[in-house]
Design a protein around this ligand. Sequence first.
Ligand code: CTP
Length: 401
Amino acid sequence: MYLLAGKRVLLCVSGSIAAYKAADLVRRLQEVGAEVQVAMTSGGRAFITPLTLQALSKRPVALELLDTTEDAQIGHIELAEEADVVLVAPATANLIARMAAGMADDIVTALLLVTRAPVVVAPAMNTNMLEHPAVQANLRRMAELGYRVVESDSGELACGQEGAGRLPDPDELIAEVAAALSERDLEGCRVLVSAGPTREPLDPVRYLSNRSSGRMGYEIAAAAWRRGARVTVVSGPSSLAPPRGAEMVAVETAAEMQAAMEERVGDSDVVVMVAAVADYRPANVAAEKIKKLDEQLAVPLERTTDILARLSDAPGKRVLVGFAAETESVRDNAKEKLARKGLDLIVANDVAAADRGFEVATNAALLIDRDGGEEETGLIGKDELADRVLDRVAALRAASS
Ligand code: CTP
C-alpha cells in the first residue's frame, strides 16, 4: 500500500482486446494504495462491461459526455480535476489519433483535455497498426504534448501475430504511473546496484548460497528509475521480475559480481551494494559430482574479496552505500562497517526477526551516514525503504556538490 498511497488514478479504457486486463489493473492499483476512477470509450465497453469495472472500483464508471440523465455535465470536469494521475490503458490507435489531434468527442478525450495531472498512455494494438507511420507520428506528437507514452511489450498478440503491441503487465504500468508522480531528484544520475545472493560452486551440481531473494536491491533499482536515474543492476540469481527501466547484468559467483561491479563503477554516480555476497567459497571446485563415500565431509572454504571495500578505492567521486545484515549490536557493527569500508551511507537491519530482512517484503532499518546522521525507519515495505535510502543519497549528493 505504498507506491500510490492515497493517489487518485483516473483509468481510461479504450477498445483493444487488452481491455480485459483492465479488471486486474484496477485491483493491482488498489493494492498499491490508489483510489481508482474508471472512464471508458464506447470501444472499451465492447470488450469489458462497465459493470465489472464499477464493481471493482466501487464507483460509477464515466461513460457519456453528453448525458442529461447523469450529473456528468459538471461531473466529468470534476473527475478530471480530482485526478492526481491519469492512466490510459489500453490506448487504441483510434484513441491515440484523437488525443494527438486534441479532440474532445467523447468522455475520455474530454477528460484528457481538462486534466492538468500527468497522463501515462499505454498503447496496445496489432503490430502492423502500431508500426504504421500514422500511428508512429501520433505517438511522437503525444510525447511532444507531454504525455508519458509507455513502450508496449513484445510477444504473442491476441490476433496470433508475434511482435510489439502487447499491453505491459499491471505492475509495469503501476511503475510508470508511480514514475510519472515521482520527484525527479536523481534525473540523469547513474546508479549502479548489486542485488541478490551469490552462488559459489562446490561441484558441477551443488553450490553454497544464502536466502537473499534480490527484492531489496530490485526495489532500490526501481525507486532510482522512478526518480529519473539511469540504473544498472548486477544481480545474482533471483526469481523476481527485473525492475522496470534497469539494465540487468546477470552473475552467479562473488568473483563474477566483483568483475561486473569493478567494470562499471567508473561510470557511476551512486553505488548501492545490496547483494548478499558470500564471504567464503569452496577452496576447490570438484570437476565431477562429489560421491557420498564417508560419514562426514569437510569442505575447506576460502575468503572472497570484499567488493564494497574495493569499490571505495575506485577513482572518481560518487556516493557509496552499503547494507549490513546483523543479528546483534546493530548500531555498533554498522558504524564499524561504515568506517572500515569507506562508505557514505550504511543501511543496517536486524535479520534475526521474522518480519524483516531476507525473503520478506518488509524491513526495518537504521540508516547511518558518513556525518553521523541517523534515521530509524521502523517496520516499512522494502519499496518505501528504497525511497528512504535514496532520499539520503540525494541529500548526500546535494551536500557534496
Ligand atoms: N559485501 C561485499 N563483498 C563481500 C561481502 C559483503 O561487497 N564479499 C557487502 C554487502 O553487499 C553489504 C556489505 O558488504 O553491502 C555488508 O555485508 P555484511 O555481510 O553484512 O558484512 P561483512 O562486511 O561481510 O561483515 P560480517 O560478515 O563480518 O558481518
